[in-house]
Design a protein around this ligand. Sequence first.
Ligand SMILES: Cc1cc2nc3c(=O)[nH]c(=O)nc-3n(C[C@H](O)[C@H](O)[C@H](O)COP(=O)(O)O)c2cc1C
Length: 136
Amino acid sequence: MLKTICYISSSTQNDSLENIKEMYSKAKANNSKNNISGILIYHNGNYLQVLEGTHKDVDQTYIRISKDSRHKNIIKVINSDTEYRIFEDYNFGFTILRDSSEFKELKSYLNWLKNANHKITNELITMVENFIRTIG
Ligand SMILES: Cc1cc2nc3c(=O)[nH]c(=O)nc-3n(C[C@H](O)[C@H](O)[C@H](O)COP(=O)(O)O)c2cc1C
């Protein structure tokens, strides 16, 4: 059985592109090793992350991430069983979005996903859409 965790948090550091890139490549390497798919979005000092995978992999990864002092005020907004991954095929499974062209891509991907009309999917889509709404 697979599960999904979605959380939001605030960054504690001055996030230079270099810092974000470094964290992102570590996250991407670890997640691919652990068969975790998802997205990581950084905007305006806040993160939104979706993690998908087996219960064990997702829970262990989330525990590790939640101890990281580079962010705080971590709020888990979704913590549910799921039958399938929705970000498996999205840009090699794990991505960080920075500019508006990437947000546009994500928005069209989310619109495409809406056809699946799955409860958790729709909850996730709403979370992500609200988070990126201000970006344009
Ligand atoms: C916002 C944020 C998101 C992160 N996302 C991931 C992630 O998806 N996967 C991951 O392994 N580490 C992620 N990390 C890094 C972990 O907190 C931790 O530093 C890292 O997993 C340690 O890996 P290591 O034990 O291989 O050195 C994230 C950190 C932050 C601040």
